[in-house]
Design a protein around this ligand. Structure first.
Ligand code: SF4
Length: 331
């Protein structure tokens, strides 16, 4: 279906967010954010709470709507088709079958008064036109795929009857049911204990490998992405500070904020010592400082930083927005 829509280009990135601006009242919480992800790739979007990473994801999913918020500018393109400029009905149909979201708490996505199997089966009935019986069979298959033990029996259970980890698996089942091309996972493991976190991340990776899905993983935890991300986008105060292949970011950050996030990862050899933190707090999005938004917390700040830095290309697939990037990366 996407092939027949205006702007379709098979050579364009699978998902490209381009110069996105999002406002909530007077606060511009996303300022010119851009990134792209390809089939089979994992892109980690990193940043503290309030960095705009989740709002960007919600805007991509069409979940930012007036009167609370609005997309002031920008584009969200799937293979070149701009979702923000499609008629509502085309956008809804295209989105339902190509892009899905996993929330931090699966309860956000699940209806508490309907059995989980029914909720998944409804997707097959509405979007694939399957009969009630066929849809239920497919729902059980998907629950089985995300390793819900006794899937056929548990399909009749309600969301509150699942543990946190199992409920997150149900949320993943709901997201992958229609075999989307892109999955956006917003802090999918934050509410879970460490063992379950690892299981969920492994499950997401397996699904991604088997289906060639693009995964946009939103997290505040650089430790979580070290093993899974191909590329990393670091956001702060509504802007992209740095983006690069993951291995390069970890080996040689080129932005003081990235460097500070890396410094805050717990490390076994530093056990017993206080965890490094980033002093200060992000600026108020309704009244940000002029100049670099990280200026008040940055140990590299100098007079040039009174002017907001524009992102510059510093290597293949690598950009940073910092006047002192050469000092930071040791070049
Ligand atoms: Fe720090 Fe200046 Fe770079 Fe901003 S532009 S991160 S204040 S060095």
């Amino acid at each position: 279906m996407i092939e027949s829509l205006p702007g379709f280009d098979p050579a364009a990135p699978l998902l490209a967010v381009d110069d996105l601006h999002v406002e909530f009242g007077a606060a511009r919480v996303v300022n010119g954010v851009g990134y792209a992800v390809e089939a089979g790739e994992t892109l980690a979007v990193l940043g503290e709470s309030g960095s705009g990473k989740s709002v960007t994801a919600r805007a991509v999913m069409g979940l930012v709507r007036p009167p609370r918020g609005r997309i002031a500018a920008g584009a969200v393109r799937l293979r070149g088709v701009d979702l923000l400029r499609l008629p509502e009905e085309s956008r809804r149909r295209l989105k339902a079958t190509t892009i899905a979201m996993i929330f931090q708490d699966a309860l956000s996505a699940l209806n508490p008064v309907l059995p989980v199997g029914f909720q998944i089966a409804e997707l097959f009935r509405v979007h694939r036109g399957l009969s009630r019986r066929e849809a239920r069979t497919r729902a059980v298959e998907v629950l089985d795929l995300v390793r819900i033990p006794g899937a056929a029996r548990r399909a009749g259970d309600y969301p509150h009857q699942f543990s946190g980890g199992m409920r997150q698996r149900v949320g993943i089942a709901l997201a992958i049911a229609l075999d989307p091309k892109v999955i956006i996972a917003d802090e999918p493991t934050t509410a879970l204990d460490v063992t379950v976190q690892a299981q969920i991340m492994r499950l997401l990776r397996e699904i991604q490998r088997e289906h060639g899905t693009a995964l946009v993983l939103i997290t505040h935890d650089m430790g979580v992405v070290a093993d899974v991300a191909d590329r990393v986008v670091v956001m702060y105060a509504g802007r992209v500070m740095e983006q690069a292949p993951a291995a390069e970011v970890y080996a040689r950050p080129a932005h003081p904020y990235t460097e500070a996030l890396l410094g805050a990862i717990p490390r076994p050899h530093l056990r017993g010592r206080p965890l490094a933190t980033i002093p200060g707090a992000p600026p108020d999005p309704a009244d940000p400082d002029s100049g670099c938004r990280f200026r008040q917390r940055c140990s590299y700040a100098w007079e040039a930083c009174e002017e907001e830095p524009e992102p510059v290309e510093i290597g293949p697939g690598r950009r940073t927005a910092c006047h002192a990037w050469e000092r930071v990366s040791g070049r």
